[in-house]
Design a protein around this ligand. Sequence first.
Ligand code: GLY
Length: 354
Amino acid sequence: MPPMKRRDFIRTTALTGTAVLAGTWSAGAGSAVPAPQSGAGRPILITSANGAAAAEKTMQMISGGSDALDAIISGVNIVEDDPNDTSVGYGGLPNEEGVVELDAAVMHGPSYRGGAVAAIRNIRNPSKVARMVMERTDHVLIVGEGALKFAKAHGFPEENLLTDRARAEWLKWKENLSTTDDWLPPHSIDDDGIGEIYQNYLRHYGTIHMSALDANGNLSCATTTSGLSYKIPGRVGDSPIIGAGLYCDNEVGSAGSTGRGEANLLNCSSVMVVEWMRQGKSPEEACLLACKRINERQREKRLQDEQGRFKPNVKFYAINRKGEYGAAAVRGGWNYLIHDGNSVKKLEGAYLFK
Ligand code: GLY
């Protein structure tokens, strides 16, 4: 049979319409309480702590028979639309010039496809554009101006994503950045708490990741973010990089990350988590191995604590094909969410260091 030409294709479709880990890690809920054995047909999802509303929406759709990726995108869109989440989508904190730039990627397990956009401006739902890249191009990743043009070509409305709240946060950061520039916060002649010595404005990485297993036993995932706040324009984190900020193999499991993206870019962490699950590690063990790998492969003093350990936090979330789940972070004292079809549950994550 000769290969189908594009025009014929369009016509046809139109017609048919246990850890062996050194270190001081602690088990989180995923191992302290045995993960439920969902088995075939029992959906489950895992997401970051900012994903409660997204988890409800996603599970509602999955329970109604939706494909995992359709449901995940509808779920994370809620967070992208939320002006009060300053780490994702509309209302996300901007780059150093006060412009919001978003990164997102999706992976669809059953079709083994993925799509992503990076440093896209003026479009509030980058996860939807990432999906469009997957479905309507021969590419996987489109960035910057090209991503914006692609989104507009597909009818996504352009809008200013910088909310007053995010602009005020950005101004606060800019005004306290340095004593050698001309930007200063409101102050009196007696106020010495400004500029270089007043560095209390934490920058953050934010992000939402979600991995889900649907009622047909298929896996998918998405990661979407405004990235590191006040970043250099054009900086791309791990979230839109398949293998770094997320990875899904329908035969094995799905994983993703939030936190310092540079560590995942250097360690290809999410694909490693899935590969460790393929080798038989539980989701939590695999997530802990990713934390361990980051810590063992870092050498820069500026990123180390007094004991030479990796200082920034990086968090991992994973589920396997059987519906087992687990999560771990480099630093402890954190939570993640699962939805097992009954309700959203907030669980304590495992960690490498307190
Ligand atoms: N993990 C989000 C970022 O680094 O941009």
